[in-house]
Write a protein that binds this ligand. Structure first.
Ligand SMILES: O=C(O)c1cccc(C(=O)CC[C@H]2O[C@@H](n3cnc4c(=O)[nH]cnc43)[C@H](O)[C@@H]2O)c1
Length: 224
């Protein structure tokens, strides 16, 4: 079995990369783990992921990274598993509201890989034993800063976290029919621009502790 570990930047999974090097890229159960650093954003993620999938043909994929949070139910320094993804800035802002491709009738809401406009992960129940919150997420190209846009993303998509790659990862995984998991550590509240108020180091440490814990599971992804 081969697992592809996906991150936007090497910094986000540096402790896991070190752990993998020490273990010759294999878990205790002998599963090979190949890391792919995609770069930031949906375009690079899609390209790098498709290229790596064609070369490596993974049995399962894990995307790990930091994220912004819209909700104090998932404050900085906590982890979440993304249950579903929405495209938070693909559309048009008109008359004070944001219309996405579905509102504009440019994409059908229930045509695969979309389910009722979202990109759902059907494999998350497998990870219930970790006790992590399963959250809705949005993926954006432009980091959200305005209070008005924050409100729109919360109301329209019930978004709890925001990243710049999650939807691309869900889209490719669903299209390629590869079981997947998106694990996020919250580093900041969305809209917080002062990096002094981000828990970057803490969230990366937490993310990697959990990641290594997951990779050590003897039956990882085995029931899927
Ligand atoms: O310098 C900045 O303004 C900046 C803003 C967001 C993220 C970064 C990074 O260096 C991390 C890359 C990675 O982090 C995810 N991320 C983290 N917080 C947020 C957020 O509030 N909104 C959207 N994405 C976020 C994202 O997936 C990036 O790839 C630097």
């Amino acid at each position: 079995m081969e697992i592809m570990l996906v991150a936007a930047t090497p910094l986000e999974i540096a402790p896991t990369l070190e752990w993998l090097q020490k273990n010759e890229l294999r878990t205790k159960a002998g599963i090979r783990v190949n890391a792919v650093i995609t770069g930031i954003g949906s375009m690079q993620t899609t390209y790098r992921l498709m290229h790596a999938i064609q070369q490596q043909k993974p049995d399962a994929m894990i995307q790990a990274g930091i994220a912004g949070s819209f909700s104090l139910t998932c404050p900085p320094g906590t982890l979440a598993i993304v249950q579903e993804e929405s495209l938070g800035d693909l559309g048009v802002e008109e008359e004070g509201s944001f219309k996405d491709l579905f509102d504009m009738n440019l994409q059908q809401a229930a045509v695969f890989p979309f389910t009722d406009t979202a990109l759902l992960n059907p494999y998350t129940s497998y990870w219930a034993h970790l006790g992590l919150p399963l959250v809705k997420a949005v993926t954006i190209n432009e980091i959200t800063t305005s209070p008005q846009r924050i409100r729109i993303l919360q109301q329209k998509y019930s978004a709890i976290v925001e990243s710049m790659e999650g939807a691309a990862f869900h889209y490719v995984s669903l299209q390629q029919k590869i079981p997947f998991l998106q694990l996020r550590a919250v580093s900041n509240m969305v809209g917080e621009r002062d990096k002094k108020n981000w828990l970057m180091k803490e969230s990366i440490n937490l993310l990697n502790q959990q990641l290594i814990n997951i990779l050590q599971e003897p039956e990882i992804f085995s029931e899927q």
